[in-house]
Design a protein around this ligand. Sequence first.
Ligand code: HEM
Ligand code: HEM
Length: 193
Amino acid sequence: MPLKNSATRWGSVSMGLHWLVVALILLMAWIGLRMGGMPNGPDKIATYALHKSVGISILALAVLRLAWRAVAGAPGHVAGTPAWQARIATLAHVALYALLLAIPLSGWVVNSSAGFPLQWFGLFNLPAIAGKDQGLHALAEQVHEWLFWTLVLVAVAHAAAAIHHHLFLRDDTLARMLPRGWLRVADKETHDA
Ligand code: HEM
Ligand code: HEM
């Protein structure tokens, strides 16, 4: 499988990063939504630390992904896509990238404004990106939570669109984000440019 993206298919790097981030977001949703209700103690502290380290990793992966996209390009819209649908898809992708940056950054502000230190898997410290401030802390918590629910909405619509393309429009949209041969596209073939 080629590393780079072609005019009609995603390469292994973009594909790998897409599905790795999907898996990490699911893990983060599960950790994030249950950690607040944990009893105080070392398990809770470790869970918060894990949430923050994985969250910072998602931020780094989003930057890496955008950098790779700038180098490797991206396939064009699947042939036959009406212009209005292509526009909505592009808008959703821009929103998803923006959320992948904004959610961890808002979490970082939650942490910094509480005056807590930030470590990445206990290996190194990251600087504070805001001063200690109770008002900012309360606001950042709200923003972090609402950005997360916005991601849930956009990602569900995005996934539903991909599945709709596969099952009903029977085009390459989903198949080209998966290794060749994983999904059969009825009546049509996937070609590399
Ligand atoms: C894409 C990455 C991230 C996702 C999807 C995510 C998701 C979540 C979710 C769902 C919650 C629970 C919200 C609630 O019910 O109140 C939460 C809380 C929290 N997150 Fe994240 N988070 C991410 C990154 C980060 C990062 C990088 C940090 C810190 C460096 C962080 C710090 C926190 C903190 C401190 C809370 C608890 C806030 C509170 O006490 O209400 N998060 N996060
Ligand atoms: C947290 C969840 C998700 C996020 C943040 C996300 C993010 C993204 C982003 C940013 C792109 C645009 C890639 C680019 O143009 O550079 C993309 C493409 C794509 N995503 Fe997702 N995605 C998520 C979940 C899913 C799921 C669950 C599916 C399938 C059921 C899916 C299927 C696709 C497909 C097929 C493409 C390629 C579209 C095309 O080639 O035109 N995504 N995704």
